[in-house]
Write a protein that binds this ligand. Structure first.
Ligand code: NAP
Length: 291
């Protein structure tokens, strides 16, 4: 391995950040795993996007930074811009931003952070990962996972639109390379899985793997907003999700890229592979019968 690096990983308790941190550690790099929940005795460093007093300590010794924007912030550039300047001044030479396939440089939200990095930003070396929808939306605490466990219904406004669902492990593998390769790949990396699937096809895979009937129910964007707000989601966020689903129904996410294999040398996992592994690891281990 080349010289070990010190990488500040923001969102280190989240879906991609936790995987990025684990990979970097396995490669022998030093990780500063940032979280608002850092407490005594843990290996997390205290960090809050909205508390600049936490930034200098989190950045101590960092050469590179993985950036997960503050969740649900409509204007992340306003929050992240000053931090990026501080990071450069503290000695960080490369930044890798987690964006979204749905948002290009200059687009709303994270698109403005992308623009900051691209247009004479503080770093000569940078990359933006723009993943499609995560396969992990069907596991853990996500709404679709709850739908699978509950009434066996995946409700979307995507119709027959396809999505290049991507495994968060593959996103993390690309991020680790983007953070540590001698030359950063990219800089604009749309990251997808190996196939674009409809939600009906996803439901069929889940049915096959679990043995429980799961189906896709496609509703209008308005009906989806009503359902999500009924579950307590803020209206603006529900409207954003419904608009993204509407885009999917029109083909916005119907693409696959070669980014994972090109950057990491390993092909991305299929949804069926990811979901089988998830299902096998989340089933209770059978115990030996009493003698
Ligand atoms: N889900 C998808 O299908 C999908 C697809 C494309 C792109 N994305 C993008 O992925 C991003 C989410 O990334 P993820 O899934 O890796 O994260 P995540 O699992 O949603 O976790 C969010 C992380 O952000 C941290 N965080 C939240 N507020 C913070 C604050 N004020 N200061 C510091 N840290 C804060 C949390 O850490 P603590 O709570 O420990 O502080 C947590 O580690 C979003 O920007 C989304 O747009 C998602």
């Amino acid at each position: 391995m080349a010289e070990p690096l010190t990488v500040l990983v923001t969102g280190a308790t989240g879906t991609t950040g936790s995987r990025v941190a684990a990979r970097l550690r396995a490669l022998g790099h030093t990780v500063r795993a940032a979280s608002r929940r850092a407490g005594a005795g843990g290996d997390l460093v205290g960090f809050d996007w909205y508390d600049p007093d936490t930034h200098a300590a989190a950045l101590r010794g960092a050469d590179r930074v993985y950036l997960v924007p503050p969740v649900a912030e409509p204007e992340p550039a306003a929050v992240m811009g000053p931090f990026l300047e501080r990071a450069r001044a503290a000695g960080v030479t490369r930044a890798v931003l987690l964006g979204s396939s749905a948002i290009e440089a200059g687009g709303p939200g994270v698109g403005q952070v992308h623009r900051l990095l691209a247009d004479g930003g503080p770093f000569e070396e940078w990359a933006v990962l723009r993943p499609s929808w995560f396969m992990q939306n069907f596991t853990g605490d996500h709404l679709h996972a709850a739908g699978i466990r509950g009434d066996g219904v995946l409700t979307t406004a995507t119709g027959t639109g396809r999505v290049g669902f991507v495994d968060a492990d593959d996103i993390a593998a690309v991020a680790a390379r983007a953070l540590t390769d001698p030359v950063a790949p990219g800089p604009d990396l749309v990251v997808t899985g190996p196939e674009a699937l409809t939600y009906t096809e996803v439901a069929a895979v889940v049915t096959r793997v679990t043995g429980r009937a799961v189906r896709h129910r496609s509703v209008s964007p308005g009906a989806l907003v009503a359902q999500l707000t009924g579950l307590g989601m803020p209206a603006a966020f529900a409207e954003l999700l419904a608009a993204l689903d509407d885009g999917i129904s029109r083909g916005a996410e119907d693409r696959v890229t070669d980014t994972v294999e090109r950057v990491t040398g390993t092909p991305p996992r299929t949804f069926a592979e990811m979901y089988r592994r998830h299902h096998a690891s989340s089933r209770p281990t059978p115990t030996a019968p009493p003698r």
